[in-house]
Design a protein around this ligand. Structure first.
Ligand SMILES: NC(=O)c1ccc[n+]([C@@H]2O[C@H](COP(=O)([O-])OP(=O)(O)OC[C@H]3O[C@@H](n4cnc5c(N)ncnc54)[C@H](O)[C@@H]3O)[C@@H](O)[C@H]2O)c1
Length: 462
């Protein structure tokens, strides 16, 4: 772990802010690194979308909204036809002038990712927004095709794929590819300014941080037994928040943003975690047991190497108090980091430990971090600036998996235990076909194996 690593993006961002809007300055910077297929800002950048769901459609619109040169969506790939069609209609309806995806560039199936990337040329961009289990498979292919990449978080959900992803990150940098990771808090200007202020000592030494994401069940958090009309594989991929192999469960999918941005405030990653959680209400209103692998409550105590703590609470329970925000306590003051949701401002600093009265500082920026992260990635591509967020994305993903696994096993664990854990949830995903067995098989009662703290100590499920 390198506590200084957040500077990977800070450097590109500083350059971006200094030179944006000034073509002359940008062209002076072009070519200072290894040759890139897009040193000239006026080149057409082609984009392919792999994983055409909600986030993929949003990311494609943001890609096509970047300024600085022509950019077009030219290919799409998804495991399922209905998802691709809905996504195409959505993107085309929003920003149709930048959409040029003929019927024969719309690919369906488990090899659709290869066919969509085959449409591109080196230096173009592929958007990887499937469930995270497939990230390393798709990233490997993107690197082989010399493509720049935007990939969504989490980038990994277990130890073996995290180690693999770190190697792929290095390979991408060696090939001068630019890679953005969808931890958009890092591009939220309210949080960037707060980070600077915390690091300038405005709240003193950081001694405690708190993150909460507690709301009603959301996404595919819970799942009823599989209907006969669909295969186990398709069911698990479509409902990926329910299955640890596909997503790391709701813990990894929902909670990574707070875990990432609070670690950033500390400029470090936690060294260890202990956690608890449980399944309390895992039956539908009709009395049918849910078969997914998620706990509905989690509470994690992370520890940093200076002994300071970060408490994260997650809950998906109807009618319980909803809290979705994050805080940083220092020896001289307290800060609101995300006032609402994953990163929503205004962020603020208060004297003392009470979040009451007039803040001594409050953020004013209202830009959209989802657009900012794309503006910065495309700027780096057009101006051949170093840009690779994958290593940081892996550390955030491992820190998240650490909290989840500590809760699921009931064991205190270190960051290194998580990174070196040998349980790969879904080996062989690079060889997946429609006839492959699903990575998770249900027991005779239709239930999938669930975590049992204190029973399974080394693996999250048997
Ligand atoms: N940064 C954020 O705020 C944010 C918000 C939402 C989602 N996400 C992330 O984006 C990713 C996708 O989430 P979503 O909400 O868009 O889910 P989604 O189900 O809406 O979209 C996923 C798409 O991927 C497709 N797919 C699944 N496996 C595939 C494969 N092997 N090859 C090709 N296509 C495949 C699915 O059919 C679906 O269309 C997740 O990693 C999620 O955590 C990030």
């Amino acid at each position: 772990m390198n506590p200084e690593e957040p500077s990977i993006t800070s450097t590109s961002r500083r350059d971006f802010l200094k030179t944006t809007g000034t073509v002359a300055a940008a062209s002076v910077l072009a070519g200072v690194n290894l040759p890139s297929a897009h040193a000239q800002g006026s080149d057409l950048i082609q984009v392919a979308l792999v994983g055409c769901g909600g986030r993929g459609s949003g990311a494609a619109v943001q890609a096509l909204s970047t300024k600085g040169g022509p950019i077009k969506l030219v290919a799409m790939g998804d495991a399922f036809e209905d998802r691709l069609k809905a996504s195409y209609d959505n993107i085309n309806g929003t920003i149709g002038q930048n959409v040029a995806v003929p019927q024969d560039h719309k690919f369906i199936g488990w090899d659709a990712y290869q066919k969509a990337m085959d449409v591109l040329k080196p230096g173009d961009i592929v958007i990887l927004t499937t469930p995270p289990a497939f990230r390393w498979v798709h990233f490997t292919y993107a690197i082989s095709k010399k493509l720049n990449v935007f990939m969504e978080k989490p980038v990994t959900v277990d130890g073996p794929t995290s180690r693999r992803m770190l190697q792929l990150a290095a390979e991408a940098s060696a090939k001068n590819l630019k890679v953005g990771v969808g931890l958009m808090s890092r591009h939220a200007k309210n949080l960037m300014e707060l980070h600077d202020r915390v690091n300038n000592g405005e709240i003193g030494d950081v001694i405690l941080m708190r993150g909460y994401r507690m709301h009603d069940p959301a996404g595919y958090f819970e799942s009823l037994p599989k209907p006969d009309t669909i295969s186990h594989l398709d069911y698990q991929v479509r409902r990926f928040h329910s299955f640890l192999w596909a997503s790391g469960g709701n813990f990894s999918d929902f909670y990574i943003h707070h875990i990432d941005h609070l670690s950033w405030m500390k400029n470090d990653w936690p060294v260890k975690a202990q956690a608890l959680g449980g399944r309390h209400f895992k039956t539908s209103p009709e009395g049918i047991p849910f078969v997914d692998q998620n706990f509905d409550t989690y509470s994690v105590e992370y520890t940093f190497k200076d002994g300071s703590k970060f408490i994260f609470d997650g809950r998906c329970v109807t009618n319980a108090t909803g809290i979705y925000s994050s805080y940083v306590h220092g020896s001289k003051g307290v800060a609101i980091a995300a006032r609402a949701n994953d990163m929503g401002g205004p962020s603020a600093i208060f004297k003392g430990q009470n979040l009451e009265g007039q803040p001594v500082w409050e953020s004013t920026d209202r830009t959209n971090a989802y657009q900012n992260e794309w503006d910065e990635l495309v700027f780096a591509i057009r101006n051949n600036k170093p840009y690779n967020e994958v290593e940081r994305g892996v550390y955030a993903s491992v820190t998240t998996s650490l909290g989840r696994m500590a809760a699921h096993t009931g064991q205190e664990m270190t960051f290194q235990d998580m990174l070196n854990c040998d349980h790969e949830f879904a080996p062989g995903l690079d060889k997946l076909t429609k006839d492959s067995p699903a990575p998770l098989q249900p027991g005779p009662n239709g239930r999938y194996p669930q975590p049992q703290p204190g029973v399974n100590l080394k693996r999250e499920y048997a």
